[in-house]
Design a protein around this ligand. Structure first.
Ligand SMILES: [Zn+2]
Length: 501
């Protein structure tokens, strides 16, 4: 006589029974608990006589246990509670089709029936990859019901994997490997309040970077798509300032719908810092800017304006010439507090010489000799703190080396250019490192423009503030930025139009 409790043949496929959706809801709750724990969201419950007698959720990562699947956990839980390793009369509800391991455990436990939600096309042992429940040769047979609340179960998985992909992408972005011969200032040393407000973007795979991580603030975000919808501003700080020097100007420009990009120079800010200064110099910084313009799709219809503060001017002038030579001319050059290379101030020359020769220079104190003011104390401390010790200063030393070479080199006018490039110069009335020349202003302005190969138009402004105008008088700068609009009238913007000759 056959034992009526042990079905003969395979358990077979059963249609959903009354109450299945209810119990599957309890299994979904377990699946959500798995997601909360950062595990793939699969949950299970064991039901007997209208009562839940076991619960479990998938957590192999947290448990360091490859067998910690939801089904196994729920079966263990039920067997313990019932004091029996056999679970006759029980039904297992699980949100995902069981794998081979779990199907085996279900058969060993002699469950009456297993009910699942979503199919698992890669590992499912209930028919998707193989069907252990349909093996007539096995001595116990469990009936199966598939597809109960499958949409809910699948949605939970889709949401989880979507979220995890986003997280992994963010982690990958943040974990550009650090070269052995470079250093990276910990993020915690940078105060977000002193940054440009737009997203931080990191790149390390452009040729000119040589594996160093570049940090740039970009209102279009990481890996922007090509777009010529807005005017673009490339903001270049003079050292030792970082992109945050432009936070007020950048906010004002971005508020108009313009694209704003402000990189940290290699060796500065959140960009990687080579340990040796020989590797780094104007040539690599220029190549970096060229990569940046290309990969971030700057230029095009509306045009790119290069904005350089302080002694970033020499690189901006070189960049303008370089882009013209490449047949991709920029549409404007704006020099804020440009140095007088032919007759540099004593304070500026002293700063460069100290950086080049005194490895332990107190940077915050040295900055006190520029026209900076107490309102910039937080920035001054930040610019000093980006170098946790002297080993981080190779980029700063390389910059000073190349800046000094530029001051001592004979002034050479570039080949005459017919490029009608608008050039704007903003001068701080109280500047000490980078003051306007006491006399011969017109000739100096003309030299600044022709050094970038520009044949005008040329305009300038003198405004309240010192050597760090982007933070000291962003209102005057924002008004002046209208100079680069088509048909702008310099006088209406508080600017003085200057003649090139
Ligand atoms: Zn499993």
């Amino acid at each position: 006589m056959a034992d009526s409790l042990v079905p003969t043949g395979t358990g077979g496929q059963l249609p959903p029974q009354p109450g299945d959706a209810h119990w599957m809801g309890a299994a979904l709750e377990q699946a959500r608990a798995a997601a909360q724990a950062g595990e793939v969201p699969v949950g299970a419950v064991v039901v007997r006589d209208g009562q839940i007698v076991g619960r479990g959720f998938n957590h192999p990562i947290g448990a360091h246990d490859p067998s910690a699947h939801a089904e196994i956990e729920a079966l263990r839980n039920a067997a313990k509670r019932l004091g029996n390793y056999r679970l006759d009369g029980c039904t297992l509800y699980v949100t995902l089709e069981p794998c081979a391991m779990c199907a085996g455990a279900i058969l060993h436990a002699r469950l009456d029936r297993v009910v699942w939600g979503a199919a698992e096309p890669r590992t499912g042992a209930g028919g998707s990859v193989l069907d252990l429940f349909a093996q007539a040769a096995l001595n116990h047979h469990t009936a199966v019901t598939a597809g109960v609340l499958e949409d809910e179960a699948a949605a939970l998985l889709t949401a989880f994997f979507g979220q995890r992909r986003v997280q992994q992408k963010q982690q990958a972005l943040a974990s550009h490997p650090l070269r052995d011969d470079a250093l990276r200032t910990p993020d915690a040393l940078f105060a977000p309040a002193l940054d440009c407000g737009c997203p931080s973007c990191f790149y390390s795979d452009w040729p000119a970077l040589g594996g160093l991580r570049l940090h740039a603030k970009d209102s279009a975000g990481q890996n922007p798509a090509p777009s010529d919808a807005a005017r673009q501003w490339l903001l270049l700080p003079g050292l030792p300032a970082q992109q945050g020097l432009f936070r007020e100007l950048a906010a004002g420009l971005a508020a108009r719908g313009d694209r704003v990009v402000a990189p940290d120079w290699l060796g500065l800010g959140r960009s990687d810092k080579p340990k040796k200064d020989q590797r780094l110099g104007d040539a690599q910084q220029l190549a970096m800017l060229q990569d940046l313009i290309q990969h971030l799709h700057l230029g095009g219809e509306q045009g790119l304006v290069i904005v350089a503060h302080g002694d970033a001017a020499r690189l901006a002038q070189a960049l303008v010439l370089q882009q013209a030579a490449l047949g991709k001319p920029v549409q404007g050059l704006w020099l804020i507090n440009p140095p007088n290379a032919a007759a540099p101030s004593a304070d500026y020359r002293l700063w460069l010489e100290q950086v080049a020769r005194k490895p332990a220079l107190d940077i915050a104190a040295a900055l006190g000799r520029s026209a900076m003011g107490d309102e910039m104390d937080a920035d001054r401390q930040q610019w000093a703190a980006q170098f946790p010790d002297k080993g981080y200063r190779a980029g700063l030393r390389a910059w000073a080396r190349d800046a000094l070479a530029g001051l001592d080199a004979p002034v050479m006018a570039p080949a005459a250019s017919a490029q009608a490039l608008p050039v704007l110069v903003s001068l701080g009335e109280q500047a000490r490192w980078w003051p306007a020349p006491a006399d011969g202003l017109d000739a100096w302005l003309a030299a600044v423009a022709t050094a970038a190969g520009s044949a005008g138009p040329l305009a300038w402004q003198r405004c309240a503030g010192g050597d760090w105008l982007p933070l000291q008088n962003s209102a005057a700068l924002l008004q002046a930025s209208g100079f680069f609009e088509a048909g702008a009238k310099p006088a209406a913007l508080g600017l003085v139009a200057a003649a090139l000759r």
